[in-house]
Ligand binder design. Structure first.
Ligand SMILES: Cc1cc2nc3c(=O)[nH]c(=O)nc-3n(C[C@H](O)[C@H](O)[C@H](O)COP(=O)(O)OP(=O)(O)OC[C@H]3O[C@@H](n4cnc5c(N)ncnc54)[C@H](O)[C@@H]3O)c2cc1C
Length: 486
């Protein structure tokens, strides 16, 4: 079946009205997205071509979601069927429906010449109808495998690994060092992108299916490798890639310079009622803020600082501004590496600015002793010397001073955090600081690893996919082990 649309329909439905008005959303931390009107979504869905080769499914979506089938059912109003198709490949569509950059839409055939089909919004409508209709229910395994597994870390990869193992009949305990489960879903991504009730709802479902969560347990210091091995047949390390990249330039010791995830986590904990007030110096109220780093985390800092009442926010990225259109070396159906504005960037107004090709040379003290007051910056060009990789070179005469009494370092992560546990469990580090994993997903004897801890900082959807794949590898290992015993 081909879901053709007329050019008029297509033109009318190109842009979904999915955000709340800026003035309204800046006044709270509730989700920036509103529910898209059903007729608008339907008009967008009419544009799905049900392609013979669905690149959205085969190339775009790491989970391999059967997107054309899902769209087809949604368009016909068969929401429960659409949900069944979605849940066949995705354990937690409610997360990706909110925070995924929608790799699928990057390889949508419609996207070759106009806006792609609104796949992420469709996913959101399906899963939320599923919850509202009571169709998403706990589904404990019908029989038990006799496999006890510990999952260390409860980010999307740990949750997906635990989900996959538990559904197959393993007895799973998730250990989490933070107060509550979710990893960066809870303590990184702001509530205005992902409301935490969505996470709680899923954790409750998993608990009802038999997954145990033990939070506030720092595995390593609190439970050692020997005890883990004694208690469990298999261990999955899903500890994330959380060693923060620092900026060791003059003035780094000044107060008022924070890692972005500490800042974002504090705001999320405040909203969750975990802390009564923000830690000293963590509020941007009335501050001139500088965010160093132009990625997702930087943009989340920007949106958070604006909501906290910052006087001004400047975001600096050392890389060049990506092109507005795909470069020749980045053809469809690859993910388009183009300039993007997040919902936070749309909120910038007069108060905020964003610059590319900027490096920070020094943090300068302000009027208050020991506190940062400004950044000394310069513009850079990316030049390749002797056929090598391009490196930043300061553009002469471009130095400038940026006033800033609060600075966020949002420059990414450099691998797993230090923990002797990994060595004790037999795991080694790869040169890029993540856990070195074998093709069978193991990192040691009876020890497996998943998500960012293996792949480096990535996306929620990739962490989920890898958690599921790791669960599959543990199950395959268990089956082989049972086979050997018989
Ligand atoms: C601010 C921010 C915004 C982001 N925005 C997006 C977005 O919009 N879209 C998107 O797709 N991706 C986004 N990402 C990336 C995404 O969140 C990560 O790729 C994803 O969370 C990785 O999942 P994970 O399970 O591998 O690790 P994590 O989410 O990092 O979870 C690891 C967990 O392990 C726990 N842990 C570590 N060591 C131990 C131990 N010894 N004992 C017990 N527990 C331990 C940690 O406390 C943590 O809960 C964002 C990341 C950040 C930081």
């Amino acid at each position: 079946m081909t879901l053709c649309n007329t050019p008029a329909e297509a033109a009318a439905s190109r842009h979904l009205d999915k955000y709340r008005p800026v003035a309204e959303r800046l006044g709270d931390f509730r989700p920036v997205e509103k529910r898209v009107a059903p007729e608008e979504l339907r008009d967008g869905l009419y544009r799905c071509q049900d392609c013979g080769i669905p690149f959205c499914h085969a190339v775009g979506c790491p989970l391999g979601n059967a997107i054309p089938e899902m769209n087809l059912h949604a368009l016909a109003g068969r929401w429960e069927r659409a949900l069944a198709v979605l849940l066949a490949t995705s354990p937690f569509p409610e997360f990706t429906a909110r925070v995924c950059p929608a790799l699928c839409e990057g390889s949508c055939v419609q996207g070759l010449h106009e806006e792609p089909t609104p796949i992420r919004q469709t996913e959101k409508e399906i899963i939320e109808r599923g919850f509202a209709g009571g169709w998403v229910r706990p589904r404990p395994a019908e029989s038990r495998l006799g496999l006890k597994a510990a999952v260390i870390g409860s980010g999307p990869s740990g949750l997906a690994a635990a989900w996959g193992l538990s559904r197959a009949g393993a007895q799973v305990t998730v250990y989490e060092s933070a107060a509550r489960p979710g990893g960066f879903l809870r303590y990184g991504i702001p509530d205005f992108k992902l409301e935490k009730e969505v996470l709680d709802r899923r954790v409750e479902l998993m608990e009802a299916e038999g997954v145990g969560f033990e939070c506030g347990v720092d595995v390593g210091p609190d439970i050692g490798a020997r005890l883990l091995r004694k208690r469990f047949d298999a261990v999955v390390l899903a500890v994330g890639s959380r060693r923060k990249r620092d900026l060791p330039i003059p003035g780094r010791e000044l107060a008022g310079i924070h890692f972005a995830t500490d800042y974002l986590s504090a705001q999320n904990r405040l909203l969750a009622g975990e802390i009564p007030v923000l830690p000293p110096g963590m509020s941007a109220r009335g501050c001139r803020v500088a965010v160093i780093g132009g990625g997702d985390t930087g943009s989340d800092c920007l949106g958070t600082a604006l909501r906290q009442g910052a006087a001004a926010v400047a975001q600096f990225e050392i890389l060049p501004d990506p092109p507005r259109e795909r470069a020749p070396g980045n053809p469809w159906p690859e993910w388009p590496r183009i300039h993007r504005d997040s919902s936070s960037h749309e909120e910038c107004g007069e108060r905020a600015s964003r610059r590319w090709n900027v490096t920070t040379l020094e943090f300068l003290p302000g009027d208050r002793p020991g506190r940062v007051g400004a950044l000394r910056c310069a513009e850079v060009d990316w030049l390749a010397k002797d056929g090598g990789r391009p490196a930043p070179v300061i553009r002469p005469g471009t130095e400038f001073v940026q006033p800033a009494d609060l600075v966020m370092l949002a420059m990414g992560f450099t691998g797993v955090e230090d923990n002797p546990l990994y060595r004790e469990l037999g795991a080694a580090l790869a040169p890029n600081g993540v856990l070195a994993r074998k093709p069978d997903f193991s990192v040691g004897d009876r020890v497996f690893a998943a998500g960012d801890s293996v792949k480096g900082p990535s996306l929620v959807v990739r962490a989920m996919e890898d958690g599921l794949a790791t669960a599959g590898a543990v199950l395959a290992w268990q089956a082989a082990r049972n086979g050997r015993r018989e």
